[in-house]
Design a protein around this ligand. Structure first.
Ligand SMILES: [Zn+2]
Length: 308
């Protein structure tokens, strides 16, 4: 039997680094992960990623690995392969030669892409939006990010920073301080930690996390339901505005917050319909289909482009 033809993919996030071998059809055939040593600096982060790839290649199935695709947190310059900017979660990450370092550590032709863009590309090419020419992807988790995918490629923008849709003004955020240093942005109200903070402000108490609020909402607690609906409406309002600007074929929504339940989704979809122009209000709004492997599948797609 001939060896499986694959590329390696790596997804470097703030808490964990995942790696996989992925076929030309987007099938994950092997997978490993490790904690990201984010506080230990760029060399340790790169070493963790390279070790995972080398361990996968040494695996018993011994498939042919043609290239490496890397999705990483931070602003990445796809042309030079350097990290242009990153938060303190990945200490010393800005300025790192991500592509050059991992290409030399693994011996593989390497391509890099922002992790949210990788997630969007995975869903656009191999997931729920497969076949759609234009896709607006929205990820709501610890932060709020996204991408606009056109014919399978994520719009990068003039500074490789396109897709920061958590940092647009939101009427739902009032004057709340944002992680970027600004105020009144969508991320200041609709991300997991900030929506939890909204509940705590309303209720005057603390909860362990957003899942606790979701559990209370499913038990019928009014304030929990209202808070989740408020967060969903904030995201949906922003999506509706973007739909008016971009007229995407499909909207895909993912990230950890998208798992809090139907209250959030119902409010999100209602707000999209409310904000979108009448002719655009029927735009499909879908949940992600590839789950935690989406960014790996997207990074693999970028890797295959270096082979062709
Ligand atoms: Zn902001």
């Amino acid at each position: 039997m001939p060896a499986t033809e694959t590329v390696a993919a790596v997804d470097i996030g703030g808490t964990k680094t995942a790696a996989a071998l992925v076929t030309r059809d987007g099938e994950v055939v092997a997978r490993l992960e490790a904690p990201t040593p984010g506080g230990d600096g760029a060399t340790a982060i790169l070493q963790t990623a390279a070790d995972l790839v080398l361990r996968l290649r040494a695996g018993s199935a011994a498939p042919t690995v043609h290239a490496l695709g890397v999705g990483s947190a931070g602003v990445l310059d796809a042309a030079t392969g350097f990290v242009l900017g990153a938060t303190d979660v990945l200490r010393g990450w800005a300025g790192t030669d991500l592509r050059g370092s991992l290409a030399s550590a693994t011996g593989l032709p390497t391509a890099v892409v922002n992790d949210v863009h990788a997630h969007a590309i995975g869903e656009a090419r191999r997931g729920v939006a497969r076949g759609a020419r234009t896709v607006l992807f929205v990820g709501v988790g610890t932060g709020v990010g996204g991408a606009f995918v056109i014919d399978g490629a994520a719009l990068a923008g003039a500074h490789s920073a396109a897709g920061h849709l958590g940092h647009q003004p939101s009427p739902y955020a009032g004057k709340l301080a944002c992680s970027c240093g600004g105020a009144g942005h969508l991320e200041a109200i609709a991300a997991g930690p900030t929506l939890q903070a909204e509940y705590e402000r309303r209720f005057g108490t603390t909860v362990s996390d957003l899942r606790a609020i979701a559990a209370m909402a499913s038990d019928g607690q009014r304030l929990a339901i209202d808070t989740l609906a408020f967060g969903g409406a904030a995201v949906g309002s922003a999506i509706g505005g973007l739909v008016n600007v971009l007229d995407p074929h499909v909207v895909v929504v993912g990230g950890g917050v998208s798992n809090v339940g139907e209250v959030w989704w119902d409010a999100l979809r209602a707000a999209v319909r409310r904000e979108a122009l009448p002719s655009l209000a029927s735009v499909p709004v879908q949940a992600t289909a590839l789950g935690p492997d989406a960014a790996l599948v997207g990074a693999a797609e970028i890797a295959w482009e270096t082979v062709e």
